[in-house]
Design a protein around this ligand. Structure first.
Ligand code: GLU
Length: 285
């Protein structure tokens, strides 16, 4: 895999835990032994939830763990103009539309909960007459930009999918998440578009991340096809769970790497807590 470029792209919304350590070490170990590059990106476009202190803590924790990265750290909040250009391109292609719906409008239109996961958008604003849309925009109502997934898919005249390391070709099913938001009401861009843009801008050819983002991969493959960007290979790894089977989450106050460090764990002892699929990673410290 000589020359492969991968990345770790945490959002500074909390302290890193063992799940992040596993993901970062797997990505690092997937390329470093063969001379590839490992890049670090801070996904901080959500100004409400991201904090500078978490960004510094991420850098400190990764360094403590023995990881290093190539080149400067990419910080998404400094790239907003690039994301806006992408939205303008998608708008010119006619594959995004303004959506004025609130969360409660969407929940009400979707009816009874359909099981776990986000509710796919029921399409109200996609079908809004142009005159009504213009009036809402003129009235200064806040809106998000949504991807018209059916129209976008129809514009790409080939099978869409990706190479999943260890499993081969996987067909993309972007319609499963529905008309996702690409430009947010409360932030200039959504995760789907910012991460896809940056993977292309950073020449990432291997994305290593948790299997919770597998559905997002289908959307990102579609965006890559629309915007003429290459498709990286992906490796979606299992999530780290606690003894009751619940996935670790920053918001639930799961044990952070810095808590383990404060409790006297060495980086090596932390690595030994991780499952076998992380692999034998030889670090320089
Ligand atoms: N920023 C995302 C997260 O912290 C990860 C994005 C990615 O790896 O594509 O969950």
């Amino acid at each position: 895999m000589g020359g492969t470029v991968t990345r770790f792209a945490p959002s500074p919304t909390g302290f890193l835990h063992l799940g992040h350590a596993a993901s970062a070490l797997l990505a690092w170990g997937s390329v470093r032994a063969a001379g590839g590059q490992f890049l670090l990106r801070l996904e901080d476009i959500d100004a409400q939830r991201c904090r500078a202190e978490f960004a510094s803590a991420i850098i400190e924790d990764l360094t403590w763990l023995g990881l290093d990265w190539d080149g400067p750290i990419r910080v998404q909040s400094a790239q907003v103009a690039q994301y806006q250009d992408c939205l303008a391109r998608l708008q010119a292609m006619g594959v995004i539309y303004p959506c004025f719906c609130s969360r409660s409008d969407i929940a009400a239109a979707a009816g009874a909960p359909q099981g776990e996961g986000p509710i796919p958008y029921p399409g109200r604003c996609r079908a809004r007459p142009a005159s009504e849309m213009a009036a809402l925009r003129q009235a200064g109502r806040a809106f998000a930009w949504r991807l018209d997934v059916a129209r976008a898919r129809a514009m790409v005249d080939r099978p869409l999918g990706w190479d999943e390391i260890g499993a081969g070709w996987v067909a993309a099913t972007p319609e499963r998440l529905g008309d996702v938001v690409l430009g947010r009401k409360d932030a200039p861009v959504s995760y789907f578009l910012a991460a896809t843009h940056d993977d292309a801008a950073q020449n990432i050819d291997l994305v290593v991340r948790g299997e919770d983002l597998r559905a997002a991969t289908s959307v990102q493959i579609l965006l890559q096809a629309l915007l003429g960007w290459p498709h990286p290979a992906y490796r979606h790894h299992p999530l780290i769970r606690d003894a009751t089977g619940r996935r670790l989450a920053k918001r639930d106050g799961d044990v952070a790497l810095r808590d383990l460090r404060a409790a006297g764990y060495s980086p090596d002892a932390v690595r030994k807590l991780l499952p076998d699929w992380v692999g034998a990673v030889t670090l320089s410290v």
